[in-house]
Design a protein around this ligand. Structure first.
Ligand SMILES: Nc1nc2c(ncn2[C@@H]2O[C@H](COP(=O)(O)OP(=O)(O)OP(=O)(O)O)[C@@H](O)[C@H]2O)c(=O)[nH]1
Ligand SMILES: [Mg+2]
Length: 225
């Protein structure tokens, strides 16, 4: 075995240990949330895709259900402040550089936040279409947010996020006509990777499309109970 091959094997073994320990902690967190009937949604997507805007749209259409949000960001509490100004129970995690949330971060944060039993917890992950898909954080479902302005080729370029998603929101549909979004190409890519996840077309700007997302979330939550 060459020195390079030996290094590669050690790297793979270390990554497997990290994923195993992360998944163990995520399962522990999920069990704790289950005991309190808190349904948890991991919101993933590229920077600026509209994760916070979609969250606002969802929560505005969900006034009958208690919700809380954990906001993940590398730096800043801009999104948390925006949500709090709207009266939403929001809490911040700053990773200080890490490009994704992981199970230990969520477990630590959950230890000191006030959540209502029988509520829905949304966790906005770091803006990144790659790394968050690799780490469970204790969620029940993953909701992927993509947007029309980022182009219709995203399923082909970032397949893991699409494969792992339980639901997909295509945001900024108000801008579709201006950015030559190729719907057929987009849906073909999604279908090739994931036949189970529904795709919802919305606009965080106009508020269109959110009732269908909320109906689906409630259905998923009811199935989980
Ligand atoms: N036209 C239009 N603009 C939108 C829509 N949704 C979000 N935006 C705008 O897109 C920008 C980014 O939206 P955010 O909701 O902050 O995106 P994000 O994914 O939370 O961003 P990060 O947290 O920084 O990763 C903001 O200027 C929004 O006003 C939409 O549906 N249509
Ligand atoms: Mg945001």
């Amino acid at each position: 075995m060459t020195q390079e091959q030996d290094k590669e094997i050690k790297k793979i073994a270390v990554m497997e240990d990290i994923y195993r320990e992360n998944d163990r902690l995520a399962a522990e967190t999920r069990d704790g949330l289950d005991r309190r009937n808190i349904f948890t949604v991991n919101i993933m997507g590229a920077p600026g895709a509209g994760k916070t805007s979609v969250l606002r749209g969802i929560i505005a259409s969900m006034s009958d259900t208690p919700v809380a949000v954990i906001e993940g960001d590398i730096e800043s509490d801009i999104d948390t402040k925006v949500l709090r100004e709207l009266g939403i129970n929001a809490f911040q995690i700053n990773t200080g550089g890490a490009c994704h949330l992981d199970a230990p971060m969520i477990q630590t944060r959950l230890a000191d936040v006030q959540l209502s039993d029988n509520s829905i917890l949304f966790i906005e992950n770091i803006g990144n279409l790659v790394c968050p898909a690799e780490f469970q954080i204790g969620e029940h479902i993953k909701l992927l947010i993509v947007d029309a302005t980022d182009g219709s080729d995203k399923p082909y370029k970032y397949p893991l996020a699409f494969e792992k998603a339980d639901g997909i929101v295509l945001n900024k549909c108000d801008l579709k006509p201006y950015v030559d979004f190729d719907s057929a190409f987009f849906y073909k890519g999604v279908q090739a990777l994931n036949r189970k996840a529904p795709v919802f077309e919305v606009s965080g700007k106009t508020g269109e499309g959110f009732p269908a997302v909320v109906a689906w979330l409630k259905e998923r939550r009811a199935c989980h109970k």
